[in-house]
Design a protein around this ligand. Structure first.
Ligand code: ZN
Ligand code: ZN
Length: 377
């Protein structure tokens, strides 16, 4: 199998790609198959295991499933990753927001539901919070990026801030045939530990157009659902997660979902908030199946009290927050809109509508995209 490799071709470079079938050992000139072999823009490529992805003109193509790829440069002066930093990964963004704190996003999931994943390096254990939708393998990305090493494998906690599919969908990549990989412990609040594969509680709804590239030509968004895992450790309020040099306290902050949690490292001023708090022009979501307007308000008051000790908020969606006044604004924006009539409308209209749409889409028939947009209002 081909080892991971990546690089960038210079502008106006001529190149060819060839696949050598692992079965027949025949070398087929790639350019004569589908690729013109000439590009006026920089071309980046990444070949990993049995898939090759080529980016050019902002479009991505996947070739070589089941084949061994070979990339030949036809012009002198081609730049390789020995001289330049490697090109961006075609499937995931990764940004180090503070030493040892990595913010990861699933680039291939182009949706308002795209969630943040955070990987924190500890001296004794690593911590991964949330796992994205998981259509591509996050665990493999952590290895490809060099964040996890198979040889010197540290234990790792995979903690889900809550049950929703955009946060829990990739959790199955950390378990295979009932076995947990790499000394991994999977943790979620006890109220949600038994419901990880429940389509309504996970609010699963992925659209075909949101996923590019697709993992295979046959892949269909309608078949997407969160795959539950065995051996999940339940969390309760007040529990601690020790990474050696960092210690996170578990805060049960229900409201967005019954088992939503935040993680707080007081010594380093880091607060992971999941979907309980993030920056948005709209209101925070407290009308999904299992949501509660009142509980979310209480949870936001609880987080509000912590803000003087917080330097960095790692939220479930949108940007990482560094400034306390912005953090407070995010909380105040939601709380200031509270009213009896809004709570009534969300409880009596928005929430039953979300339950009906999610339930009908999963149990009855695939609904058109326009109807899902109603979930946002
Ligand atoms: Zn959520
Ligand atoms: Zn979310």
């Amino acid at each position: 199998m081909l080892k991971h490799m990546s690089g960038t071709f210079k502008e106006k470079s001529r190149f060819s790609l060839a696949f050598r079938s692992t079965e027949k050992s025949s070398l087929l000139p790639f350019s004569s198959l589908v690729w013109p072999g000439f590009c006026t823009n920089p071309v980046s490529y990444i070949a990993s295991h049995n898939t090759t992805i080529v980016q050019c003109h902002g479009r991505r193509r996947i070739y070589g499933r089941g084949s061994r790829a070979e990339i030949n440069c036809l012009k002198r002066g081609i730049v390789t990753n020995r001289q330049h930093p490697p090109p961006p990964h075609p499937l995931f963004h990764c940004n180090e927001v503070r030493p040892g704190v990595f913010w990861i996003e699933e680039k291939y999931f182009d949706s308002w539901n795209r969630a943040n994943v955070f990987f924190l390096v500890g001296s004794d254990r690593d911590l991964l919070t949330d796992t994205g939708v998981g259509i591509f393998n996050l665990r493999e990305f952590l290895h490809a990026k060099g964040l996890r090493h198979r040889e010197t494998m540290k234990p790792m906690d995979v903690v889900l801030t809550h049950i929703h599919f955009d946060h829990s969908g990739g959790v199955h990549h950390f378990q295979d045939e009932g076995k947990i990989h790499e000394r991994v412990e999977i943790k979620i609040h006890e109220l949600e530990a038994k419901h990880l594969s429940h389509p309504l509680k996970t609010a699963s709804w992925v659209m075909n157009h949101e996923v590019w590239p697709k993992p295979s030509p046959q892949w269909n968004a309608q078949s997407y659902k969160v795959q539950g895992v065995a051996n999940v450790s339940p969390l309760q309020d007040g529990k601690t997660i020790h990474l050696g040099d960092k210690t996170f306290q578990v805060l049960h902050v229900p409201g967005h979902s019954p088992g939503s949690i935040a993680l707080f490292d007081e010594n380093h001023g880091i607060l992971l908030t999941g979907d309980t708090l993030y920056q948005t022009d709209q209101e925070l979501i407290d009308w999904y199946p299992g949501s509660s307007c009142k509980r979310l308000e209480h949870s936001l008051f609880r987080l509000h009290e912590l803000i003087p000790s917080v330097d960095l908020i790692l939220p479930g969606h949108n940007a990482v927050l560094y400034k306390r006044d912005i953090m407070l604004q995010c909380i105040d924006r939601h709380l200031s809109r509270r009213s009896w009539s809004r709570t009534f409308a969300k409880t009596m209209i928005s929430k039953p509508r979300a339950i009906a749409l999610l339930g009908a889409n999963h149990y009855v028939v695939a609904l058109p995209e326009a109807l899902r947009e109603m979930l946002q209002t």
